[in-house]
Design a protein around this ligand. Structure first.
Ligand code: SAH
Length: 239
C-alpha cells in the first residue's frame, strides 16, 4: 500500500508521560510517525509506562529544534488549539480535518497535525506555519484537553476517515481484483451447469443473485482459492 500516513508533531511537551500516552494513542489508531520539537528529557520510566506497548513509536520519534524545520517537507500542516481564536483562520473540527488529510495522503502528500505545549499551546508564529486550525469541540467553559487526549481524538478520526495505515493489513486481505472474481464466477457457473442446477439458456435471475452475494462479501484472493478448490473437487466427482 503506497498510502502515506499522517505525522503527529508535539511541540515542547514538558511531561514525558504525555509523550508516551500520545505514542500509545497513535499506535492504537494505526499511526506511527511521531515528531518532537524541543521535547523534555522524555525517554523516562513514566513515558514508557504510559506508552505501554507503543515503545517502538517513542524510540522512532524524530526530534527537531523548531517547528519550521520539523514541517519543512510537509505539504499540509494543521495546527490544533484549545481556544477558538478570534483571528480569521480556516478552522475545522477533527472529522473535517481527517477527511481533508485522508484526501491529501491519498494523493501521496505529506500531512502533519501539530499539538502545542501543555501550559500555553502553540504560539501565533507557530500557528502561522499551519494552513488550518483544528479545534475539538468541548463544553464551553472547559475546552482544554490533555494533549495526549487531544492526540487520541484526532488519531481516531484519522483512522475512521481511512487516513491511517492499519498495522495488520496485508495486501492479501484486500478484496480480490475484479479479474479474479470473473474467473471465479465462470468456474462457479460451469459447475452449477454441470450439476444441472443452472441452465445458461434460461438463467432467470440466478447469475445476478450469485454475483450480488459474492460482490457483497468482497472475498480476498485466499478465500477465492478455497472456493475454487471446492468447485474443483465437485468437478472431479461428477466427471
Ligand atoms: N492553555 C493552552 C492549553 C493547551 S492544551 C491553550 O489555551 O492553548 C495542550 C495542547 O493540547 C494544545 O496546544 C492542543 O494541541 C491540544 N488541545 C487541547 N485541547 C484542545 C481542543 N479542545 N482542541 C484542539 N486541541 C486541543
Amino acid at each position: 500500500m503506497n498510502k502515506k500516513s499522517c505525522s503527529i508533531v508535539l511541540v515542547e511537551t514538558s511531561h514525558p508521560g504525555n509523550i508516551g500516552a500520545a505514542a500509545r494513542a497513535m499506535k492504537n489508531m494505526g499511526l506511527s510517525r511521531l515528531v518532537l520539537v524541543r521535547p523534555c528529557e522524555y525517554q523516562t520510566y513514566d513515558c514508557y509506562a504510559r506508552a505501554s506497548g507503543a515503545e517502538d513509536i517513542v524510540d522512532a520519534a524524530v526530534v527537531f529544534d523548531d517547528l519550521a524545520t520539523a514541517v519543512e517537507q510537509e505539504t499540509l500542516v494543521i495546527g490544533t488549539s484549545a481556544r477558538l481564536r478570534s483571528l480569521a483562520w480556516p478552522q475545522l473540527n477533527p472529522r473535517e480535518c481527517a477527511a481533508s488529510i485522508s484526501d491529501h495522503t491519498d494523493r501521496a502528500g505529506n500531512a502533519s497535525v501539530v499539538f502545542g505545549r501543555e501550559r500555553s499551546g502553540l504560539t501565533n508564529e507557530e500557528l502561522s506555519l499551519c494552513s488550518t486550525l483544528l479545534h475539538i469541540p468541548t463544553a464551553e467553559d472547559f475546552s482544554s484537553l490533555n494533549v495526549a487526549a487531544a492526540v487520541q481524538v484526532v488519531s481516531y478520526e484519522l483512522m475512521m476517515a481511512g487516513a491511517t495505515v492499519s498495522q495488520n493489513q496485508s495486501s492479501e486481505e484486500l478484496p480480490a481484483p475484479q479479474q479474479d472474481m470473473e474467473r471465479f464466477y465462470e468456474h462457479f457457473f460451469s459447475v452449477l451447469t454441470r450439476l444441472g442446477y443452472h441452465d445458461p439458456e434460461n438463467p432467470r435471475h440466478l447469475p445476478l443473485r450469485i454475483r450480488r452475494l459474492f460482490n457483497r462479501a468482497q472475498p480476498d484472493r485466499t478465500e477465492l482459492q478455497v472456493l475454487r478448490g471446492f468447485f474443483a473437487a465437485i468437478d472431479k466427482k461428477i466427471s
